[in-house]
Design a protein around this ligand. Structure first.
Ligand code: 3PG
Length: 305
């Protein structure tokens, strides 16, 4: 059977080798396509039985072109890049690899926070994280790693997640919060870890951001789609003390940079999971999951049930 590994943003070489080893050991064929876009995916997927992607768009057009496809594994957490309904309609199982890249994303949260509270290392006097408060929005795998690291910095940590019992947060030294307004208005730093869904799209905007305490910093390593960019621009205009860092450029990148250059930072591409370790863990898990599904229908992490 043919397994297509299609990643516009390539995995680290050691991860590619490890993925190849898993697929070779199962006696299947791997085809690696890197640094290519949607049109190439449509051509390459035609005879694939299994597909491994990262944030690559797998829409109805790709799925229609995939005549033999049985399983798609998104090597990573967020699967908003995959048309689940189209996959379900074609009898294709879609899985993600939860937890495999979460430490990498959490470490980037602090990389970006420290950079901002030291004024992008521009020689001026900055501030420390010890004793500051952090609000974590969604307490999944990434949120929990963020809390673990924040403990080391000596921060006062709170989190909001309607799907997680309070006890799980309390066990980790985190104070549960049950209201998004309180999460923003009571914390010096707010770190977003919500997925992009119809409910969360454009949900973080003017009212929440403008309510943040003096010198508040909003950190977004989730998805750009959860931000109401016009609302955020308005909040930054009104509150010259507030800063915004995001792991990926916003749609209105030029406007943010032009108007608020000193108070914003954006990675050029999504970099949260772009470490050797996360590539290895997520890539190998994806390869093992594709094989397990094709062999015996293993579908523990199926997201389109
Ligand atoms: C994820 O959802 O797992 C992260 O956003 C990583 O995405 P990437 O594989 O495109 O780096």
């Amino acid at each position: 059977m043919k397994i297509l590994v299609f990643t516009e943003k390539p995995f680290a070489p050691a991860a590619v080798k490890a993925i190849q080893n898993v697929i070779d050991a199962a006696g299947e064929d791997m085809r690696l396509v890197e640094r290519e876009g949607h049109d190439t995916l449509i051509k390459e997927v035609k005879d694939a039985d299994g597909l491994i992607v990262r944030s690559d768009i797998v829409d109805a057009e790709v799925i229609k072109a995939a005549e033999n496809l049985k399983v798609i594994v998104r090597a990573g957490a967020g699967y908003d890049n995959i048309d689940l309904q189209a996959a379900t309609n074609h009898g294709i199982c879609v899985m993600n690899t939860p937890g495999q890249n979460s430490n990498a994303v959490a470490e980037l949260v602090f990389g970006m926070i420290v950079m901002m509270c030291r004024n992008k290392y521009n020689g001026t006097s900055g501030s420390e994280l010890k004793g500051k408060s952090l609000g974590i929005y969604a307490f999944g795998q990434v949120g929990r790693n963020v809390a673990r690291i924040a403990n080391g910095f000596g921060m006062d940590i709170k989190a909001l997640d309607v799907f997680v019992p309070d006890e799980v947060m309390i066990e980790q030294g985190v104070t549960p919060v049950h209201d998004v307004k309180a999460l923003f208005s009571e914390n010096d730093y707010v770190s977003l870890h919500i997925p992009a869904t119809p409910q969360t799209r454009n949900s973080i905007g003017y009212d929440l951001v403008v309510s943040m305490p003096k010198n508040g910093v909003l950190v977004n390593t989730a998805r750009k789609e959860v931000i109401d960019e016009d609302g955020l621009l308005k909040a930054l205009e009104e509150r010259p003390d507030i800063r915004y860092v995001s792991d990926i450029k916003p749609d209105k990148y030029e406007e943010f940079e032009k108007r608020f250059a000193d108070r914003v930072f954006f990675t050029p591409k999504k970099m949260g999971a772009q470490t050797a370790e996360a590539n290895f863990n997520a890539g190998v898990a994806a390869a093992e999951q594709v094989i397990a599904y094709l062999r015996n229908g293993w579908n523990k992490f199926q997201v389109n049930k």
